[in-house]
Design a binder for this molecule. Structure first.
Ligand SMILES: [Zn+2]
Ligand SMILES: [Zn+2]
Length: 121
């Protein structure tokens, strides 16, 4: 991998690590296009980072991929109404004495978020 590729990969990783939403590849592209990073490069590097276990891919119920950095193990909840993606601690849904090793990062729950419930949707 040449220097330019490494640089682009770290730009993408830095962008993800400085935000708390769960952006799509094109939202990351909006941030990085001024630095000359193309959309295909972003897709390729995101997939590499997912393979390396540094980034989580979350697929929402419209089959759109969102990305998040792996800081601590967490699951995701996707609201079917507003599309918001919320981080969920595994402790909220799993017992501590479970005897199996769960891949928390791959778990996506779906339903209606608190905000939408309050609005009476
Ligand atoms: Zn919602
Ligand atoms: Zn997350």
């Amino acid at each position: 991998m040449n220097f330019r590729n490494t640089l682009q990969k770290s730009l993408i990783f830095d962008n993800l690590s400085h935000r708390f939403d769960h952006p799509t590849a094109s939202e990351i592209y909006d941030d990085l296009k001024e630095q000359g990073v193309g959309i295909a490069t972003i897709y390729r590097n995101l997939n590499l980072l997912v393979d390396e276990g540094k980034v989580i891919k979350i697929i929402d119920d419209k089959h759109i991929s969102h990305f998040d950095i792996v800081m601590n193990k967490h699951c995701h909840f996707v609201c079917k109404n507003c599309g918001e993606i919320i981080d969920i601690s595994p402790k909220m849904i799993f017992r501590d004495d479970m005897k199996m090793k769960v891949d928390y990062n791959n778990i996506v729950l779906s339903g209606i978020c608190e905000k939408c419930l309050k609005k009476g949707k």
